[in-house]
Every structure is written in C-alpha cells, then in structure tokens.
Design a protein around this ligand. Sequence first.
Ligand code: SF4
Length: 342
Amino acid sequence: MIQTAFLGDVVLTTPLLQALRDRFPKAYLAALVIPGTREILAGHPSLDDVLVYDKKGRDRGWRGLVSAARRLREKRFDRCLIPHRSFRSALLVFMAGIPVRIGFVQSLGSFLYTQRVRRDSSRHEVRRNLQLMGPLSPGDSVDSAAAAGKLWVSSDQEDRDWANRRLAEFGIQENDRLIAIAPGSVWATKRWIPEGFAAVVDDLIANQKRKVVLLGSRDDLPVVDEIVARCREKPLNLAGKTSLRQLAGVLKRCELLITNDNGAMHVGVAQDLPIVAVFGSTTLGLGYGPFTSKAAVVERPLDCRPCGKHGYPECPLGHFNCMKQIAPSEVLAAVKRLCSEY
Ligand code: SF4
C-alpha cells in the first residue's frame, strides 16, 4: 500500500490495511509512506514492514525516484494498492515493476495502473480507500469492511508513560478530567478563530473544572501561542513538543478532543476519543470528517462552503463568516453533550 501524503491521509488508510490482512492472512504486507508518518504505522498489527519514500530528502528528484523504485523492486511485491493519487506514486510502482497495480481512475497516473477503480467522491475517505479492495475481493462490501475498520495510530506504554510524566510536571494528575484542543491546520481557512478557542479554554478551566492541554505541530506554534496569550486561565501548551506517538499518548489520557478539520482529529478518533470538530471552509461532504459515531461537528450552513478541497491562506470572499460566526457557546454545548454521553 502506498500513501505518501500527510498524517490524516495515512491514518485514514489504516482500515484498508486491516481489510488487506483479513483477506490475505499469510501475505507479506508493507506500507510505503514519507518519513514524517512512518512512526504512526510502525507496529501496526496488520503490517510486516513500513517502508519510507523520502521524496523531499534523500529520494528527491529523478535519481531519488529511481533509487526508491529499485528498493521496491528488490522486495518483489506481487500487488500494490495506491490510495495516493499523485502521478509520482503511480510512476514509482510502475518503475518498481510490481505486476498488479490497483489505483483510482482519478489518479494523474492511472494509465500506469493495471486495474483502476472509480473513486466515489460522495463517500467518506475510509470507504473510498476500501474501494481499492474491489479487484482483490469482488463481492465484498465496502460498508462491511468500513464497519469493521478502525483508525490506527501506533503508540505504546513508553509513549503513555512520557505523556503521564509531562502532564504530572504541570500538575495534572491521573484523576483530573483533561480535555485536549488541536487548534492548528496548514490552511488558515480551516482554523477556528483564536479568540473562540481562548474563550472555550477559559470556560472549561474556570467553570467546568477541567484541565486543558493544547496540541499541535511545530508549525502550529504561532496559532497556539496566540490562543495562550488570549487566555485568562492558562492551559498546558504541548504544541511542537510531542512526536506523533506521544501526541497519541497524551490523547489517550484525555476525556475529549476539540479540534479543527486536521490530522490530529483523526489521531483522536484512533484513540477512540469523543471529538468536537469545528469545520469552516471544508464540509463533511468532502469525505474527511471524524470517522466515529462519537463526534459533533460545529459548522455554519453558508452557501460559500466548501470553497475548496483543502483550504486557503485567507477567505476568498474576505469575510470569513464560516468561522467567525461560530460562537464559543456552541462548541461548549457540544463538549458538554459528548462528555455526558461518553
Ligand atoms: S469563502 Fe466561505 S467557506 Fe470559504 S473561507 Fe470564506 S467564509 Fe469560509
């Protein structure tokens, strides 16, 4: 299986790995990902190996592609599923000489595949990925596989111990009720406003008797720092201070995750956490919503949504009403409801 996109894309392929293992219990099964997402699949119970294609580092450019294809060829794979729709991924498996190459019709390199599947854009991404099982298991239902499928992010006792130590250093004890917030996103139009998050933090700490931890990558630091600066009650800020596995370890300790439409949301689902997700320029219809029944999505029914598949550095219409119109009270009401239900 090849998925060399971002964190969330890799997490959303994990039910496909599970389905592959169920269908081929004795096969040697490997996933090829970028270095930044390798750790979340290492130890996946369905995988024999996690391979790395460092397309922005040592495997950069044409020479790097040839070298990565040679490494794949040496493994003598019989079949490959390619959820990633880039031309480069299609070219890589073609050059690796893998005899059966199954990918989406909509891939830029679909002419290099031996079998093509029409990606159903109306379905959730987990189900779209499972569609790739079709040529290997004709007649099997995507919905049954999705119902049995669970998102997975590797983390172990060491990651949980690390989380417990860090939380204890900041006075958060095991019996404290802890809520995580992941306020980042690569795209500005997918980020709820900092004053909104700050108001939620203040209410959770002052009125709901919760502790709050802010999470994110190093790239999210400016956004997280701005939220912290606006808070009257101070949350614990672990943004940029965890590996992905440690992030999962911290989430394991939490009661609930409040998040934007981002990769951390899928990591939270993989930890079986209730999710309150704030959606702005993207919609559930794009297929990347929280893959769990324990979720509440807070959003505005505006005609301009979605304004793009991913997001933009700023609102194309200038008003950013999809996020500005969401009140902290709505997010807090969703938190209260999910906390009482789960
Ligand atoms: S155009 Fe609409 S959906 Fe897109 S960012 Fe602006 S308000 Fe949000």
